[in-house]
Design a binder for this molecule. Sequence first.
Ligand code: 5GP
Ligand code: MN
Length: 339
Amino acid sequence: MTLDLLAVPLLRRSAIDALVPHLLSARTVALSTHINADGDGCGSEVALALLLAQKGIDVRIVNPTPWPAMFNWLLESGVRDESARGAAALREADRLVVLDISDVRRLGGLADAVRSLPVPPLVIDHHLPGDEPPGTLHVTDTTACATGELVFDLAVSMGVEITPPMAGALYAALMTDTGGFRFSNTSARCLAVASQLVACGVDPEEMYRRIYASVPIGRLRLISEALRTIEADFATGIATIEIEAGQLARHNVTPEDLDGVVEYPRSIEGIRLALLFRDLGHGKVKVSFRTLGTVDANQLARRFGGGGHAKAAGALVEGSLAAVKAKVTTVARDLLKEG
Ligand code: 5GP
Ligand code: MN
């Protein structure tokens, strides 16, 4: 039997067919993603921008936090980033598409502007449902390895040519959200789409170099300090790692440069839950949850007002680093005992 892995799944196809007319009727479209955009957010935005540009639509990116320097190369394709203009740039567009978000609060400083738009945004996402969805018209599928996989499906469904810059942006989305094609979301379809993107002109080694082999040296200095904070409790299977307020600035790195740091505690034999605590320095701590096996990271993150996926989730929690760490590990310990 030959499986057509590239065929767009049926339910996704009908959601896409319902979304497309709303995209094509706009003259100007704004694209947005979550605070501290990651490879999936940035890659999906750039690929969708290039897709819409092929259809003659004027597109701009408007994100709640500045475009990450590590993804500047994606903008060389000519896509406009107007994040610096904030909510005004959103309001000027006929339509907004929100990518890689299931809860409007993830839009940070743009959330209120998005809530009060005259036309609700379109949503393309692969997260588990959040408390306050950003829009009602959406293409959402938690079985998609990345939002980029859904943008690929949109391009295929619309019959748009996947140009090399689009393919590169989509490959960056898939590669980063699967941790370099290693995590549980690395489905057969994910690899089939990646293969198709290589056929469209992506050079995997160049992608590796751009994303994983172009880090600032400060990332390594910071990791060497953070590794010393790792605590592993083998009785419960929980390991933690900490990043203090000011540590990023001291090493001249940005939050995006921390991608993958939580994999160090997760990689320890016998650990089922890894927690990264990053003190933001203004009374809030960013917590990253990563699980192995059956522990539900999304359920745990939701207890603290966050969310995400079954095996990777996050939350912003109020309190000092020590207090948040104590609170989260206590809840996590109880949850793991129950399970
Ligand atoms: P990370 O820990 O790498 O920031 O995020 C892991 C996953 O959880 C990502 O899919 C991300 O979108 C989601 N996530 C991270 N922080 C939050 C948060 O504060 N709220 C919600 N709802 N999701 C989050
Ligand atoms: Mn994603």
